[in-house]
Ligand binder design. Structure first.
Ligand code: PXG
Length: 456
């Protein structure tokens, strides 16, 4: 039975305000605005305590890839909780769901990936990856290779390691000392540049910033480069196609490890199983979470290539790392059921060949709206840029909070999209139908009109 739902919206809001500290939330503001209480969900829709039906254009938080209401996943969790709700994977133990899932992950990832290390979240995956990368270089007798290079405006989670590796200025400004040995280069954000270069040249130039940084730090001190294939929380920053292959070339030339953070891009979001597949590059490590379970239960992990795995295993002895919930049986059972759905329903191909192109075409049309300076989308992950002046692409002042105004109008009109500054981002479940895509676009256009009226 779900938690009893016999309170009114305002009762929930009062209790929420009094007792619950939310992630990434200004609580003074929340107290004034009140939280929206979501009580149930089905397919691509969520429902709030006031009975409003809302199209979830964000798949929860970029994670409900298979959509809500999947009985098969619920049954897998229930059966596993009855059979073996918990056991650890320390001390020479394992259990069927974690082993089966490891095999299935090997099947859906590139050939260099034969092993996985489990965590409970994306942030823990990032921490694990950092420790593993540094451990690898110790074992390779190059212990000075400690520096990890990431991008400005990247999001890699909110633990100390995750927030240090990420490139979010606002996060760096809170909480004191960051993890040492991390460097950041500019992101490949063409719309945010002076747009004087062709996309192709901009991609190459952005990638070469990595080479410049490696020279600056000294190649013998650099351990790895880490990037989201497409930056998600930073505003769906889609790099030009030339970017990732050049990044890969630079990593190989300097012998450093290449890591893709697939927490958002993994499990079909771009119409390929992983973002690295989409961009045609072969990473040494991939971090994942979210879509692996479609968010039904928490699970994350790191896919470990043979290059890294063989060294850790052959030379490493014990790797002093792991979590109580590494390979949690119920989470693994849920992941298995979820991935089998993605496979059986061909959802990755559906994104690549059907609903992806369908939504992209309609999304591009939104660029005709007077408030929109650019639209972009790959697979089912997109953004639109709100601008003050469509001709010059002049942006609004930060204080105008136009993105937030638009986001609030959207949700009040039955569509969740997220505002990253004045960039509106979208990432619906991979199960989106044509009719639901039409609804999404119709609502988006209407809300752009309402936003324009509100900011005038
Ligand atoms: N890497 C990436 C690329 C992510 O997007 C994490 C790591 C951390 O995952 P966990 O499971 O520790 O949250 C993420 C998480 C947003 C938003 O507002 C995005 C994320 C999390 C919370 C909010 O876009 N991504």
């Amino acid at each position: 039975m779900a938690v009893r739902q016999n309170r009114s919206s305002s009762e929930w809001q009062k209790l929420d305000r009094e007792h619950y500290l939310h992630p990434f939330t200004d609580h003074k503001q929340l107290g004034e605005k009140k939280s929206r209480i979501i009580t149930r969900a089905d397919g691509v829709y969520i429902y709030d305590a006031d009975g409003n039906k809302i199209l979830d254009g964000m798949s929860g938080l970029w994670c409900v890839n298979a959509g809500y209401g999947r009985e098969e996943i619920v049954e897998a969790a229930t059966r596993q909780l009855q059979e073996l709700p918990y056991y650890n994977s320390f001390f020479q133990c394992a259990h069927p769901p974690s082993i089966e899932l490891s095999r299935l992950l090997q099947e859906v990832t590139q050939p260099q990936f034969n092993r996985v290390f489990y965590t409970g979240s994306g942030s823990e995956s990032i921490d694990t990856m950092i420790r593993m990368v540094r451990r690898y270089w110790e074992l390779m007798d190059q212990p000075d290779r400690q520096v990890i290079i990431a991008r400005k405006n990247a999001y890699h989670g909110s633990t100390i390691a995750g927030s240090s590796l990420g490139g979010m200025k606002a996060m760096h400004a809170q909480g004191g000392f960051l993890l040492p040995g991390i460097e950041h280069i500019e992101q490949p954000y063409w719309f945010g540049s002076d747009r004087s270069m062709s996309l192709e040249d901009f991609g190459i130039a952005s990638a070469r910033l990595l080479e410049k940084k490696i020279d600056e730090v000294g190649a013998d001190k650099v351990a790895a480069f880490v990037g989201e294939p497409v930056q998600g929380a930073g505003g769906v920053i889609i790099p030009p196609d030339s970017y990732w292959p050049e990044i890969e070339r630079i990593c190989r030339d300097h012998g450093i490890l290449m890591v893709t953070d697939e927490v958002i891009c993994g499990f079909g979001r771009l119409g390929r199983w992983f973002g690295a597949d989409y961009y045609g590059v072969q990473p040494d490590l991939m971090t994942f979470a979210k879509g692996v379970t479609s968010g039904y239960l928490p699970l994350g992990g790191v896919m470990v290539s043979d290059r890294v795995g063989s060294v850790i295993i052959e030379k490493g002895g014990e790797f002093f790392h792991g979590f109580t919930y590494s390979g949690h049986p119920a989470s693994c059972a849920v992941a298995l059921a979820n991935i089998r759905i993605l496979q059986r329903e061909n959802l990755v191909e559906y994104v690549a060949n059907d609903i992806g192109p369908y939504l992209q075409k309609k999304w591009r049309k939104l660029a005709e709206h007077p408030l929109v300076g650019e639209t972009r989308m790959v697979g089912l992950m997109g953004a639109l840029e709100l601008v003050r002046d469509k001709k010059t692409l002049e942006r609004f002042d930060e204080d105008d909070s136009v993105g937030t105004v638009c986001r609030d109008i959207l949700v009040n009109n039955g569509l969740v999209m997220r505002a990253v500054g004045d960039t509106i981002v979208v990432a619906p479940p991979l199960t989106l139908s044509h009719a639901e895509a039409d609804e999404l676009i119709d609502k988006a256009w209407k809300c752009l009109d309402l936003t324009q009226a509100a900011v005038k």
